[in-house]
Structures are given as structure tokens and as C-alpha cells.
Design a protein around this ligand. Structure first.
Ligand SMILES: Nc1ncnc2c1ncn2[C@@H]1O[C@H](COP(=O)(O)OP(=O)(O)OP(=O)(O)O)[C@@H](O)[C@H]1O
Ligand SMILES: [Mg+2]
Length: 272
């Protein structure tokens, strides 16, 4: 394991022992619109899942615009790029993160992997296959949108979590993403998390509205219905910005705040 984390004091430096042939459940965290909170959520959901006893790996799958390292205040010496080029082994690139989970960071220099070439496809499949036996859960922090590289990354996951905000533009893009996932990947159960809500309850209302549009315009062309499962809502909270600015996990910087409670509740639903 790469121990180049900037905060070795708080990081669990020990490599996770392989969990006897168990294959990690892979959850892709994606969105239609950018900047809705995928990376913040990936990191904090991972911390919440780790607290619940899962061995968790977050893979920075936003290869072109990776920034999981920024959110976690990590300065990795070895990244996926080095694994892809054969300079380092996968084990060396798996970094312990604050929060008791591990990360596989894309780092800089990954722009050449932002196009889905057969080579990128093979590299991604290979990495996922190799890390799968080592963890209970893998979170794929993907880029936004429906580019082929994002969709391909999502296709490697067992389940998909779509993140949106209540903004009409984000909702339109979330709908487009869900539609594409249903029609091109056969996804029928898609989880939804509504981030940055301003009124409690808005998240569930938004799920209902999106479900109605899906029932009307997406499901009729398919053999079985597409179901949106509400994973939860997280309010717009200044503690989130503060934690990101401090480059700390929300769950560590402000564990009692409403947004942190929302993350923990979402993680619990993810497990059940
Ligand atoms: N619940 C929230 N309350 C307040 N601010 C938030 C909340 N969630 C996210 N943010 C803000 O939004 C910013 C963008 O979040 P983040 O980088 O996680 O989005 P993203 O979906 O990963 O973006 P990209 O599509 O570029 O990868 C955060 O840095 C934070 O400042
Ligand atoms: Mg991101």
C-alpha cells in the first residue's frame, strides 16, 4: 500500500486483509449535471460505511478531472496512472484515507484516459477485477454526464446511485442519465440521492416527480418498470463547504451537523 497520505496519523495505514473470496459490492456514484456533490458524498459515504464495519475502497473514476485527493487532503505519490503504465502495482496505489477506508486515486496526468479507447476499457476492467476480492464495498466516484467513459465505468457497478440537486437543470440531466442507464444497461432499480435541498422533504417529492416522468416516458418502451429508490436527502449546509475548504471529511469536521446525519442515514440505507 502507498503510505503517502498527508495525514498518516488519522489514516488506517494497515492494508485490508482480503476477505475470504468475498467480492465487493460495487456502487457507482454518478450524476447528470456536474458539481452536485458526488465526490463529497463518495468520501463521506465511505467513511460512514467504514464505521459500519465495511472494508471500503473509493475509486476515483473521474479520470479526466480527478479531485477525490483534494477533498481528502491526500498527496499520493502513486496513482492509477502509474498502475496503468505498469510503473507501480495496484497494491502500491491503494492509499489509506482519513475516515478508515482506502482510496485509489486518479491524480493528474489522467487526461489521456478521458476518452474510452479499448485500452482504457481493459485497464478499468482489470483494476476493478483485481481490487474486488480485497474489499466489501467499492464506491466508483464517476464524472458527470453520459459520455461513453462515464457510462462504461457505471456499467462495471452492481448498483447505481444517481445524485442530483433540486435545480431544474440538474433534474433534467438526472432524468437523461436514468433514461440512458435504463435503456442501454438494462438498469431497473436505480437509487437516488437529492443533495443540497433547501426544505426538508423536498428530496422525496423530487423522487416522486422523477418517478412519474420515468413511468410515463421511459418504462413504456421497456419490458419491466424502472424503479427509483430514494436513498435520502441532504440539505444545503454551510458545514459542507467549510469541510471541503478545510479538506476534511464532514463526518470528522462536523459529525453532529444535519448534513452529516443525512450522509450516515443514506449509508445505512445503502447497506440494507
Ligand atoms: N449539501 C451541501 N451543502 C452545501 N454545499 C455543498 C453540498 N454538497 C456539495 N456542496 C458543495 O458543492 C461542491 C461540489 O461538490 P463535489 O465536488 O462533490 O461535486 P461533484 O458532483 O463531484 O462535481 P464534479 O461533477 O465536478 O465531479 C463542494 O465542494 C461543496 O462546496
Ligand atoms: Mg467529483
Amino acid at each position: 500500500m502507498n503510505t503517502a497520505a498527508s495525514r498518516p496519523d488519522s489514516a488506517d495505514a494497515a492494508a485490508p486483509p482480503p476477505s475470504s473470496n468475498k467480492r465487493a459490492r460495487i456502487t457507482a456514484i454518478t450524476s447528470g449535471k456536474g458539481g452536485v456533490g458526488k465526490t463529497f458524498l463518495s468520501a463521506n459515504l465511505a467513511a460512514a460505511l467504514a464505521r459500519q464495519g465495511e472494508r471500503v475502497l473509493v475509486l476515483d473514476a473521474d479520470l479526466g478531472l480527478a479531485n477525490l485527493d483534494v477533498v481528502l487532503n491526500l498527496f499520493p505519490k502513486i496513482t492509477l496512472h502509474d498502475v496503468f503504465t505498469g510503473k507501480n502495482t495496484l497494491e502500491q496505489a491503494i492509499v489509506p484515507a482519513p475516515g478508515g477506508f482506502h482510496v485509489l486515486l486518479a491524480g493528474s496526468g489522467m487526461v489521456e484516459y478521458s476518452r474510452l479507447t479499448p485500452e482504457v476499457r481493459d485497464l478499468l476492467v482489470d483494476v476493478v477485477a483485481k481490487v474486488r476480492p480485497l474489499f466489501d464495498r467499492i464506491l466508483l466516484d464517476t464524472g458527470a454526464g453520459i459520455s461513453d467513459v462515464v457510462l462504461y465505468t457505471v456499467s462495471l457497478a452492481d448498483e447505481v446511485l444517481v445524485v442530483t440537486t433540486p435545480e431544474p437543470t440538474a433534474l433534467t440531466d438526472a432524468y437523461a442519465t436514468i433514461k440512458v442507464l435504463a435503456t442501454t444497461q438494462g438498469r431497473r432499480d436505480i437509487r437516488l440521492l437529492v443533495n443540497q435541498v433547501t426544505r426538508p422533504g423536498d428530496g422525496r417529492t423530487i423522487r416522486g416527480q422523477l418517478q412519474q416522468v420515468i413511468d410515463r416516458y421511459v418504462t413504456p418502451g421497456l419490458e419491466s418498470p424502472v424503479k427509483l429508490e430514494f436513498l435520502g436527502e441532504i440539505g444545503t449546509d454551510k458545514t459542507v463547504r467549510e469541510a471541503v475548504t478545510r479538506r476534511q471529511l464532514l463526518l470528522e469536521a462536523f459529525p453532529g451537523c444535519i448534513a452529516a446525519q443525512g450522509v450516515v442515514a443514506a449509508a445505512t440505507r445503502l447497506v440494507t
